[in-house]
Design a protein around this ligand. Structure first.
Ligand code: URA
Length: 228
């Protein structure tokens, strides 16, 4: 693929901006500055250096972010900055979007991609992708609450009960809850339905992916591809 097209596909701007980066000597490969925007490069395992930073080529972007509290998942946030501000400009430019949403005060694993089909697949209710939430509750958790969450609770917008795929008490005021849908405020509303209240909410896994212990709040990382 031509270098200017590679840069364009990765979100570095219009073709003219990309050619300008090359002309300015800001694109390097294997330690050498590349001076021809029309040079053909194989994209497999390609890692460019753009403005001094390594940029591995990805035909489609899939990244994980450790979402901190105080960020909204919306592209047009109302009260807090968007999670997209935590990503480098090329990822925003190529249109990555969160796969599902976490509330502003929820922390933990958020996936983002520019692959519309993957977003559809992973957010469609048909696919039942399990997500694990670590919940800090206001009141002590008892066995009845855990049983009711597993049996199913009715939320105000749907007469069909929603149940946790797995649920266990963790310490006196903690719950580990696995959900396979993603309804609006689902964890908070389910916990409220059993007469408790969510004080802290953290997502630790999404499908087969777990938030790495060494990914600090606000940091992101490439995911090589959707596993499976
Ligand atoms: N359930 C909620 O209530 N909030 C989230 O952010 C995610 C799941």
């Amino acid at each position: 693929m031509k270098l200017s097209h590679i840069l364009f596909s990765q979100g570095f701007g219009t073709r003219r901006v990309c050619a300008g980066l090359v002309d300015a000597g800001l694109v390097r490969h294997d330690g050498q500055a590349l001076d021809d925007p029309d040079v053909d490069l194989p994209t497999e395992s390609l890692v460019l250096e753009v403005e001094g930073k390594p940029w591995p080529f990805h035909a489609q972007a899939l990244v994980m972010l450790h979402k901190p509290a105080g960020y909204e998942c919306s592209q047009k946030p109302k009260h807090h900055p968007s999670v997209l501000t935590l990503l480098p400009a090329p990822l925003r430019q190529r249109g990555v979007q969160p796969i599902g949403r976490l509330d502003e005060d929820t922390t933990g694993l958020l996936l983002l991609t520019d692959d519309g089909k993957l977003i559809h697949k992973l957010t469609s209710p048909k696919h039942h992708v399990p997500k694990v939430y670590e919940v800090g509750c206001k009141h002590p958790v008892d066995a009845t609450q855990v049983e009711r969450l597993l049996a199913g609770v009715v939320l105000d917008d749907d007469p069909a009960p929603v149940r946790a795929a797995a649920c266990e008490a963790v310490g006196e005021r903690g719950l580990r809850l696995t959900l396979t849908e993603g309804k609006y405020h689902q964890v908070k509303r389910m916990v409220a339905a059993v007469s408790n209240r969510v004080e802290t909410l953290h997502r630790s896994t999404f499908g087969p992916l777990t938030l790495p212990a060494d990914l600090a709040p606000g940091q992101w990382r490439w995911v090589p591809g959707w596993p499976g």
